[in-house]
Design a protein around this ligand. Structure first.
Ligand code: AMP
Ligand code: ZN
Length: 471
């Protein structure tokens, strides 16, 4: 049984998708006005774990993630840099996609861009207007009449204040204007990009983007909608109001929200200026998989205080996984092991699955994984061919769930094997000048030699992490 904490009910609930075997998942994508910071990536990595986990349990997940390429911030950025909106946002969209790839976040099944979905947004606003929920105000913009939706506030648990009738808010992001009518379509302003609509030229508000894209690609009721905790209000509250007022159906069955990544106890955000991008960390020589692990290592419903010590710890863990895997692969492919034992790793995999089934208890799952790796290390010398192959398979399964890319290297090339056997011979003959030259030759081929302890075979490891290059 899988259980998730549903923000809507405030409870842990058993997860059962609407259609057996299939999951519809919508995650709010980036607003592409800057490089995403690692706080943003904490949320994206959490969502990636969620999706990978569901897939590992046999669900076919249709994952939609939008790209917000028109809103207050993108327009302001384009104007500031004297670029067209498209020119400005396509640069940051590409940077975002590159960063997601670096962190091994799976690409969504569908990735709509807001500017490509304006007709669907206009249809939805038109429908809300027909139902008497959307109205055009004197300023030419169209607003959502919050008092007409009785369920307003059910996600964020905000209470509607009876005196707010007529209060309006026309910015995309706001905090305190509880219950204020929010903007669906903004009348065109001088110098801003605009599209034709039944209400005159203008552009959509941020909230309508997600309702329109989510329902267009996933249907009127979806299984899971996820994002960072700052999206609960107003963004997701408004998404519910827009979608449910239009369809009369429940919009989302499970709402999942990740707590913020903090720096010195404060939310990491662009507006506070306390942010680090992925590129900042990579430039300083940090490894993407250590960053990925650091971002996911704390439960998604607990705040994560980002520190370089935490990142160092994550690096050591990834290195341990990496070394164990390359030992297994080397022994399997170089040492021709004979009779020996096998390890039962199915139990560990099942335990990881059960840990994650409890609202993605990643700390437990990682502890189980670490215990299994310690166990493999302790038995390495006794493992048979089947035993070692089982370990390699284990790491592949681990990668599918955690996305760490430990088992990315499937085999040792024949030429590396040949040079390595010359190397071992040279060392046996104590011809160290030759063995050093051969070690260098192997390094030039992209592999690192690790000498075995007395009586142990030498092994090789593919050079692909930042710290391998430095060795
Ligand atoms: P944005 O590009 O601002 O729309 O944000 C993209 C995603 O990152 C959203 O799901 C936000 O909730 C999330 N987010 C923003 N700041 C943080 C943070 N400090 N920690 C975790 N998630 C964040
Ligand atoms: Zn959204």
């Amino acid at each position: 049984m899988i259980r998730f904490h549903n923000t809507l009910t405030g409870r842990l609930e058993e997860f059962t998708p609407l259609v057996p075997g299939r999951v519809s998942l919508y995650t709010c994508g980036p607003t592409v006005y800057h490089y995403a910071h690692i706080g943003n990536f904490r949320t994206f990595v959490f969502e990636d774990l969620l999706r990978r986990y569901l897939e590992s349990r046999g669900y076919q997940v249709t994952h939609v993630m939008n790209v917000t390429d028109v809103d207050d911030k993108t327009i302001a950025g384009a104007i500031r840099e004297k670029k067209s909106l498209g020119e400005y946002t396509s640069f940051y969209t590409q940077a975002f996609l590159d960063d997601m790839k670096t962190l091994h976040v799976l690409a969504p099944t569908i990735r709509p861009h807001a500017t490509g979905e304006i007709p669907a947004m206009i249809r939805l606003i038109g429908d809300l207007e027909k139902k008497g929920i959307a109205y055009k105000a004197e300023d030419g913009s169209v607003y959502y009449r919050v008092s007409r939706f009785p369920g307003y506030g059910k996600l964020s648990k905000k209470k509607l204040d009876g005196n707010i009738a007529g209060a309006r808010v026309d910015v995309d992001e706001y905090e305190k204007e509880e219950g204020a009518d929010f903007v669906l379509w903004k009348a065109a302003k001088e110098g801003e990009p605009a599209w034709d609509s039944p209400w005159g030229r203008g552009r959509p508000g941020w909230h309508i983007e997600c309702s329109a894209m989510c329902m267009r690609y996933l249907g009127e009721t979806i299984d899971i909608h996820a994002g960072g905790e700052d999206l609960v209000f107003p963004h997701h509250e408004n998404e519910i109001a827009q979608s449910e007022a239009s369809t009369g159906k429940a919009f989302v069955r499970y709402w999942l929200h990740a707590k913020h990544l903090l720096v010195n106890g404060e939310k990491m955000s662009k507006s506070r200026g306390n942010f680090l991008t992925l590129r900042d960390l990579l430039d300083k020589g940090h490894d993407p998989m250590a960053i990925r692990l650091a971002l996911m290592s704390v439960h998604y419903r607990a705040s994560l205080n980002f520190t370089l010590d935490g990142l160092k710890e994550a690096r050591e863990i990834i290195e341990k996984f990496d070394n164990c895997y390359s030992q297994c692969l080397s022994r399997l492919q170089l040492a021709a092991p004979g009779a020996g034992s096998e390890l039962d790793l199915k139990g560990a995999l099942e335990e990881i699955g059960t840990d994650l089934a409890e609202d993605l208890n990643v700390a437990s799952a990682l502890a189980t994984l670490q215990k299994a790796v310690t166990e493999i290390n302790a038995h390495l010398a006794q493992l048979s061919v089947t035993g070692l192959a089982g370990c390699v398979e284990f790491f592949r399964a681990v990668d599918r769930v955690f996305g760490f890319d430990i088992a990315a290297v499937a085999g040792i090339p024949a030429d590396v094997k040949m040079v390595l056997s010359d190397y071992v011979e040279a060392r046996k003959a104590k011809d160290f000048a030759r063995s050093d030259a051969l070690r260098k030759q192997i390094a030039d081929q992209g592999w690192l030699v690790k000498d075995g302890r007395p009586g142990e075979p030498s092994s090789v490891k593919k050079i692909r992490r930042v710290w391998d290059v430095k060795k």
